[in-house]
Ligand binder design. Structure first.
Ligand SMILES: Nc1nc2c(c(=O)[nH]1)N[C@H]1C(S)=C(S)[C@@H](COP(=O)(O)O)O[C@H]1N2
Ligand SMILES: [Mo]
Length: 164
């Protein structure tokens, strides 16, 4: 007698939650990230335990997605933006900070991606992977990203302070 076959339950799609200084929190699946303009990068990075790794990632720029999440950042001037930062957290709690200026095109403008696939394998059930092509070390290539927080450090500028 054959054993009953368990019905195939598709893995629930992973969700990344944007929160912090935003008009309101935003949750996106990998499929929704894939609907944004995609970029493709071939990278190599060094892992302390595994040595050099080479991967091809595809996905939207973190900058484009963060802008869509409507951060409460005044983009008219420049100086006041420098206090802002993002934290990116994976499902296992691994977490790294990015400064706003790393991704802002008027400063570093780095091609940092939220990858929806790695080496052609879709990340729909695993969750997106952060891609930081300029990093030599792989530790900020955070996989299974669940959370992106936008915040600021330091005191707020005095009313009427220069917005250059
Ligand atoms: N969520 C999560 N992402 C992580 C890590 C981790 O511990 N947790 N380790 C990092 C380190 S140290 C490296 S070198 C890269 C390895 O990326 P790969 O597995 O895609 O080659 O993943 C990074 N991303
Ligand atoms: Mo690593």
């Amino acid at each position: 007698m054959s054993r009953p076959v368990a019905p195939a339950v598709p893995a629930a799609p992973a969700v990344v939650r944007f929160h912090g200084r935003l008009d309101e929190p935003l949750e996106l699946t990998v499929a929704q990230l894939r609907a944004r303009q995609a970029h493709r990068v071939e990278v190599s990075f060094d892992c302390l335990s595994e040595g050099e790794q080479n991967h091809c990632f595809e996905g939207p720029k973190l900058w484009d997605v963060v802008r869509e999440a409507r951060p409460q950042v005044d983009l008219r001037g420049r100086k006041q933006r420098l206090r802002y930062l993002l934290t990116v957290t994976g499902a296992d709690g691994h977490c790294a900070v990015l400064s706003w200026a790393e991704i802002d095109p008027e400063f570093g403008g780095q091609q940092i991606l939220l990858a929806t696939s790695v080496d052609g394998t879709p990340l729909d059930s695993a969750g997106p992977q952060l891609v930081v092509p300029a990093d030599h070390c792989g530790a900020r290539y955070i996989s299974a990203v669940t959370e992106i927080w936008v915040g600021a450090t330091g005191r707020r500028p005095a009313p009427g302070a220069s917005a250059r």
